[in-house]
Ligand binder design. Structure first.
Ligand code: ZN
Length: 197
């Protein structure tokens, strides 16, 4: 149906997060039928992004400038929030609650998957701290075994800088019903409870 070009396009779309073959076909059909040349415009935008976007050599963010727009902002607070991936950085930026800087590790430590410290951007983080001290480091890592192992390892490696280290509190998501939480989240939320005013 539709020839090898369309088959390939649908195949590529269906590999994207949240999409399957059904939604991929719907998207491709919609783009093909678009009167403003949706498919050609998407192809242009993708080509432009592929040519322009690179990893920031300071923090690891993806941007068309290096250093990225966040690293280039002079008024950011002298704090570094350490995250696993670019999506985490973008989520924190969307929340508009943090005005410091970031560092992307690229992954988490995992003995099972054979990922050691050298597979993560830890050396560049240490180099950043040596070059310019900060007031605080926030470890915003996933609430998983790997995230906890990574936080533990970083805590040890960062000790010598004497910088206050903090972690994200974990607990009940806003709007979340207690009954749908897994036991780990619920137990952590209870342990990290604060005073009710
Ligand atoms: Zn950056």
């Amino acid at each position: 149906m539709g020839g090898p070009e369309l088959e390939q396009l649908i195949g590529l779309f269906s590999r994207l997060p949240g999409l399957g073959p059904r939604s991929a076909r719907r998207i491709v059909l919609k783009l093909l039928r678009d009167k403003e040349g949706g498919l050609a415009r998407l192809a242009d935008a993708m080509q432009a992004a592929a040519a322009a976007v690179r990893s920031c050599t300071v923090c690891g963010n993806l941007d068309s400038s290096d250093p990225c727009a966040i690293c280039a902002e002079p008024l950011r607070e002298a704090r570094i929030c350490v995250v696993e991936g670019v999506a985490d950085l973008w989520a924190l930026e969307r929340a508009h609650v943090y005005r410091g800087r970031y560092h992307i590790l690229g992954s988490t430590l995992s003995a099972l998957a054979g990922r050691g410290p050298e597979d993560l951007a830890i050396a560049p983080l240490l180099a950043r701290l040596e070059a310019a001290p900060v007031e605080e480091i926030i470890l915003a890592l996933p609430a998983t075994v790997e995230g906890a192992a990574t936080a533990h390892y970083l805590t040890e490696r960062l000790k010598r800088f004497g910088i206050p280290l903090s972690r994200l509190a974990q607990g009940v998501p806003i709007g979340g019903a207690l009954e749908v939480l897994d036991e780990g989240t619920l137990a952590t939320a209870l342990r990290a409870r604060g005073a009710a005013n």
